[in-house]
Write a protein that binds this ligand. Structure first.
Ligand SMILES: *Cc1c(COP(=O)(O)O)cnc(C)c1O
Length: 379
């Protein structure tokens, strides 16, 4: 058997690994930051009706400019945005890919602050964009000066700032975005995939859009909105940006079914987002519970918690999996990441952690090997 590296594949892809969050059929999957609360039945029924209507016209190509969906997303975001400010694709991963296709590419570079979302370097690699991993400061925070210095020195064509950051959960002040924008003459993307989990009084980078035509705010329906399976991500930016993305998107990239389902779901945004408060409560329970067990819990503005003090992350990952619970080994030494689930799922996780013992002794408990030759993979 041959491997893809034996094929006449692009040199820069030879030997690379695809995105690979481990999947397993377990009762409690808290590994990819989904909203694990189900969509209410009445909302499902209304979405189904819209999808059924759309199917009747599925002999025709969908609306290539997805005008109604863009208007719905603009209405959801508010901030004086209209359809011309909005772009969408099959998940924000595709949105980010299109941004790199248009503004990155061969001979160009993109910069992010590691550890950050593991898809950024992969999207850079797929689009031939070179990836610059800047670092973070204490407890994964970034200050305006630190960020601006990196950007002034590396002069990237695209900066991607994840706020709150995955996999660390770290919230970000808008002063960092302002400083990066000032320091850069390229595109600045703020990935707000988890913004809905931030305290209600915290400002989004959407407030910075007026007068900043190189700024892009990326959002997704995959996390708070409980719509990961439908694949809808979107952005808000100057209309010139959304116009540019029309050069690189595939024609008709959003199917009639996707458009209909998303428009219908957005009609019910209050119900779709009704679980956010509970998820935040469960996240705080996880943080408190893990702190009580002696783990190092990082501040989170998202729906997940990164915790350290794990002497052997892979062994603990396996011990939890044996108990029917899936968490994520994000490749940060002595750390694991867990998503906040429903109350019952969160309780199951916390009980399993109690069962495994406090941080200092967890390594010697059942199913855990004390070795720790953990290689630092990107998160
Ligand atoms: C989950 C996530 C996304 C969303 O990806 P989709 O393609 O919209 O499902 C984007 N950015 C970050 C940082 C994420 O964690």
């Amino acid at each position: 058997m041959i491997s893809f590296s034996d094929l006449p594949i692009r040199d820069d892809l030879r030997g690379k690994s695809p995105y690979g969050a481990p999947v397993a059929a377990v009762p409690v999957a808290l590994n990819v930051n989904e909203n694990t609360h189900p969509i209410p039945d009445e909302v499902v029924a209304d979405i189904l009706e819209s999808v059924g209507e759309a199917l009747k016209g599925a002999n025709r190509y969908p609306d290539r400019e997805f005008g109604e969906l863009r208007a719905s997303l603009a209405g959801y975001l508010g901030h004086g945005l209209d359809a011309s400010n909005i772009w969408a694709a099959n998940g924000s991963n595709e949105v980010l890919q299109q941004i790199l296709q248009a503004f990155g590419g061969p001979g160009r570079s993109a910069l992010g602050f590691a550890p950050t979302y593991s898809m950024y370097p992969l999207l850079a690699s797929g689009t031939g964009t070179s990836w610059i991993a800047a670092d973070r400061e204490a407890d994964y925070a970034i200050s305006p000066d630190h960020a601006a210095k990196w950007v002034r020195e590396a002069r990237p064509d695209v900066v991607i700032i994840c706020a709150p950051n995955n996999p660390t959960g770290t919230p970000l002040g808008l002063d960092v975005v302002e400083a990066v924008y000032e320091a850069s003459d390229g595109i600045v993307v703020v990935d707000e995939a988890y913004q809905e989990f931030m305290p209600e009084d915290s400002s989004s980078a959407l407030t910075l859009l007026p007068g900043r035509e190189r700024l892009i705010v990326s959002r997704t329906m995959s996390k708070a909105f409980a719509f990961a399976g439908v694949r809808v991500g979107y952005l808000a930016a100057d209309p010139a940006v959304t116009d540019a993305l029309r050069l690189v998107r595939l024609p008709y990239h959003l199917s009639v079914l996707t458009q209909a389902a998303a428009i219908a779901a957005l009609r019910h945004s209050d119900e779709m987002l009704a679980t956010v408060h509970d998820i935040v409560r469960q996240r705080d329970r996880i943080a408190d519970g893990l702190r009580g067990l002696g783990y190092l819990v990082h501040d989170s503005g998202s729906n997940f918690v990164l915790f350290g003090g794990v002497s052997d992350p892979h062994a603990m990952f396996l011990a939890l999996r044996d108990r029917g619970i899936l968490v994520r080994d994000v490749g940060i030494t002595n750390h694991l990441r867990v998503s906040a689930g429903t109350e019952a799922e969160t309780t199951a996780f916390l009980e399993a952690m109690i069962d495994l013992g406090p941080a200092s002794t967890a390594a010697s408990m059942s199913g855990l090997r004390p070795s720790s030759t953990q290689s630092a993979r990107s998160a």
